[in-house]
Design a protein around this ligand. Structure first.
Ligand code: PRP
Ligand code: HPA
Length: 187
């Protein structure tokens, strides 16, 4: 990923508005953790972080989990091929057996749903006992993939390109503790 100068990044930050504050995000993590703790009590699942974006939400959630679990990760990215079709590019497939296991995927955002749907379809071939997904954000629009839904959602977000809390702006700004977007008049 190409480097962007610090000045350009600072300009992006000046042109950004906060859509969801770090306080609201922290409250969403608490709510999500409480739901997961109820759903997974005693189930001893494998928690799979969907890299890169899932890293920060997973880190924030894991310390609040009260059920015993093992943590692994997968690395998959969406890309549009030259036919305009959405494909999933597997960069790292799980190197553990998930057969007969409860699996919980954690990602940052459910946008069109291409990534999580494809990941769930692929991992389901290995016959896990259950496979569910959890995201910090669900983006509200009517372009979702058919026949798939995410199971645990922290916050609904407007249909804008967002960054922070794991989500990037040209590879940067994943570390921001709130959710940001470019101001409408600066687009
Ligand atoms: O619901 P979708 O429309 O599939 O979009 C959501 C996915 O897109 C982003 O990943 P991306 O492929 O950009 O890679 P990243 O995690 O490295 O940012 C994000 O982290 C989700 O995994
Ligand atoms: O709004 C978004 N921001 C960052 N990454 C994303 N991947 C899908 N949608 C988004």
């Amino acid at each position: 990923m190409t480097q962007i100068s610090n000045q350009e990044i600072e300009k992006t930050l000046r042109n950004s508005e906060c859509l969801i504050s770090s306080i609201e995000v922290a409250a969403a993590y608490e709510r999500l953790a409480a739901q997961l703790n109820l759903s997974y009590a005693g189930l001893n699942p494998i928690v799979m972080v969907v890299m890169n974006g899932g890293l920060i939400p997973a880190g924030q959630l894991l310390t609040q989990l009260t059920f015993y679990h093992r943590m692994h990760y997968i690395h998959a990215s969406r890309y549009r091929d030259n036919q305009g079709t959405n494909e999933l590019n597997w960069k790292f497939k799980p190197d553990v057996s998930i057969e007969g296991e409860h699996v919980l995927l954690i990602d940052d955002i459910f946008d069109e749903g291409i990534t999580l749907k494809a990941v769930v379809e692929e991992l389901s071939k290995e016959k896990p006992l259950s496979i569910n997904s959890c995201v910090l954000l669900n983006k509200i629009h009517d372009r979702k993939v058919p026949d798939f839904n995410v199971d645990f959602v922290g916050i609904e977000v407007d249909d804008r390109y967002v960054y922070g809390c794991g989500m990037d702006f040209h590879g940067y700004l994943r570390h921001l503790p709130g959710i940001y977007a470019i101001k409408e008049d600066k687009l």
